[in-house]
Ligand binder design. Structure first.
Ligand code: UDP
Length: 324
């Protein structure tokens, strides 16, 4: 029996692949390598393939006996999703339908899905709990919410069993430094600030200092990728032990502002760099902080690396020696 990791060459999927391997699972990564890195698949089998092509998914299910699927294969650039919604609805929604179709055909009934806090849109209050209204403000968040809805209907009609994990801001890198975050193009705050510290970019721009937050910059809930990996493993065990389909927030329940992230990078790296305060980035909510109480209660999950300095230190360690 093997576990299929769709999008396992990407940032979060590759960390889950490593953890599952450590836990003794046989894994198969299916990735088209559009954004993923072949070098990030250091464990298990690798198949280059497209979820857009049902026959390529089927080939995997014919070769391996797939017990459960982890699904990370999605486009995730919020700005791009606004300009090119078609690309996002096809890749994130239609391709997921292809995957579910093949899973049904081969009697595979368990899926763990990479969802997002972007399904909530502008929160009514923080910390955000799972009970809050989901009202995404961009196509990216809408695609993830649609997939959650599809799972719900498939669970009822076909007996699919799923866990949807709604992440806040995934950050950090493998504590052992074997894999880490590498996006092209890079838009995320922590890697960009680290690049400024490393002298790879001239400065870091702070997108807005006039928000209604303690220091005026946006507040986010940064969650270590190794903690995310642990939650995925617990979700798999939960489904294996007969747990009901469910959805969980994954965050640290603590907010860190953009300026605080910059301070943490300066403290960890000992480097000085230029910080430029600029206009707000369209579509950025002031504060996104998640409550993970439900995941703690039902999955028994607790973040191990909640300190922003630890998250930044692991990311820095990776970025200094990054192999991809
Ligand atoms: N941000 C910033 N400068 C940058 C990149 C990001 O000030 O060069 C801010 C962004 O406005 C947001 C926070 O950092 O408030 C986190 O952004 P990121 O893109 O990392 O994640 P998001 O919260 O958009 O998922």
């Amino acid at each position: 029996m093997a576990i299929l990791i769709c999008g396992g060459a990407g940032y979060i999927g590759s960390h889950i692949n490593k953890l599952l391997h450590q836990k003794g699972y046989e894994t198969v990564v299916l990735d088209n390598l559009v954004y993923g890195h072949r070098e990030a698949v250091k464990w298990g089998e690798f198949v280059k393939g497209e979820l857009a092509d049902e026959s390529e998914i089927e080939a995997v299910f014919q070769t391996y006996k797939i017990e459960a699927v982890f699904h990370f294969a999605a486009y995730a650039y919020v700005g791009e999703s606004v300009g090119e919604p078609e690309k996002y609805y096809y890749n994130n929604v239609v391709n997921t339908l292809n995957l579910l179709k093949v899973m049904r055909k081969y009697g595979c009934d368990k899926i763990i899905f990479s969802s997002t806090c972007a399904t909530y849109g502008e929160p009514d209050c923080v910390p955000i709990t799972e009970e809050q209204r989901q009202n995404p403000i961009n196509p990216y968040g809408a695609t993830k919410l649609m997939v959650e809805r599809i799972f719900k209907d498939y669970a009822k009609a076909y007996g699919l069993r799923y866990v949807a994990l709604r992440y806040f801001n995934a950050a950090g890198a493998d504590p052992e430094g074997e894999i880490g975050e590498s996006h092209m193009p890079e838009t995320h705050l922590i890697p960009l600030v680290l690049d400024a510290a490393a002298g790879k970019r001239a400065d870091i721009k702070v997108f807005g200092t006039d928000y209604d937050t303690p220091d005026g910059s946006c507040v986010r809930d940064y969650i270590h990728v190794a903690d995310l990996a642990e939650a995925h493993f617990l979700a798999l065990q939960y489904l294996e032990q007969g747990g009901d389909s469910d959805f969980f927030n994954l965050g640290n329940e603590r907010g860190t502002s953009v300026l605080e992230v910059i301070e943490a990078v300066k403290a960890v790296t000992g480097k000085e760099f230029s910080v430029i305060c600029t206009d707000r980035r369209p579509g950025d909510p002031a504060i996104l902080v998640g409550s993970s109480k439900k995941a703690e209660r039902i999955l028994g999950w607790k973040a191990k690396y909640a300190e922003i300095e630890t998250i930044v230190a692991h990311a820095w360690n990776w970025r200094k020696h990054a192999q991809f």
